[in-house]
Design a protein around this ligand. Structure first.
Ligand code: ZN
Length: 243
């Protein structure tokens, strides 16, 4: 089985399509949430996701976009973008997003969540402290998280030896070998690690590897659509820099 593990599409259709093209023949999409918010194509991204065999959990922007979560923690740009998103979101996308679960367990081996096991839609696993808590709160071998928009690999070392976290190298292939892992694929639609390319993971269960991928896409096309929609300048500019 080959899965594309994607997160934080954020209504960026060009980035999403580029990732799908790069992934090629896959059995399923595993989506870690935040399909909408920030970008100009929330309906089209939701529809495209639904064309594929897939699973998906809810992210904070998905919940906020359908009025199921408060936006008081959102900064003013994120708030403006989510208000715009809510105003254009169609009934079909709304109903779909409203049905998303917060956590999924796949193959008795993978925990799938947007933020963290203890606060599924909201907590950021940034460093070792949050990663340790997440290992404690799960019993699966691999936990897949998004939300930070920064690709990361956290490894549980031997008994009592703690947890190590590092960003993946370019095209890094992480071996799945029974050791416990937390993998963040980064963001499809709004990367924040200083690399503007869309980011995701190809999970190959025949070879037992999680392969990190970066994919260029037509950023200016997305930015033009954002301009037209009147989305905040700062959100438009950051796509150029991947910050
Ligand atoms: Zn996000």
């Amino acid at each position: 089985m080959r899965y594309a593990v994607i997160s934080d599409i954020h209504a960026n259709l060009e980035a999403f399509q580029a990732v799908l093209d790069d992934a090629g023949d896959i059995d399923r999409l595993w989506c870690l949430g935040d399909v909408i918010g920030y970008g100009p194509d929330p309906n089209d991204c939701t529809a495209l996701l639904r064309e594929y065999e897939h699973i998906c959990v809810a992210g904070n922007h998905d919940l906020a976009g359908i009025g199921k979560a408060d936006t008081y923690t959102f900064n003013s740009d994120a708030k403006r973008a989510i208000e715009w998103t809510t105003s254009v979101l169609g009934a079909s996308a709304r109903e779909y997003l409203a049905r998303l679960p917060l956590v999924l367990t796949m193959d008795n081996r993978f925990t799938v969540v947007h933020g963290s096991p203890r606060e599924p839609a909201w907590e950021y696993i940034v460093g070792v402290a949050e990663a340790k808590a997440a290992f404690h709160d799960t019993d699966t071998e691999v936990t897949l998280v998004g939300h930070t928009h920064v690709p990361m690999v956290f490894r549980e070392l031997g008994a009592g030896a703690g947890v190590k976290g590092a960003p993946p190298a370019e095209d890094e292939a992480v071996q799945l070998n029974g050791r416990r892992l937390i993998l963040n694929p980064g963001s499809v639609g709004q990367p924040r690690d200083g690399d503007e390319r869309a980011s995701y993971i190809l999970l190959d269960l025949e070879q037992q590897v999680a392969r990190y991928r970066r994919v260029p896409y037509r950023i200016t096309k997305v930015q033009e659509k954002m301009q037209k929609a009147g989305l905040p300048e700062r959100l438009i500019a950051r796509l150029t820099y991947g910050r």
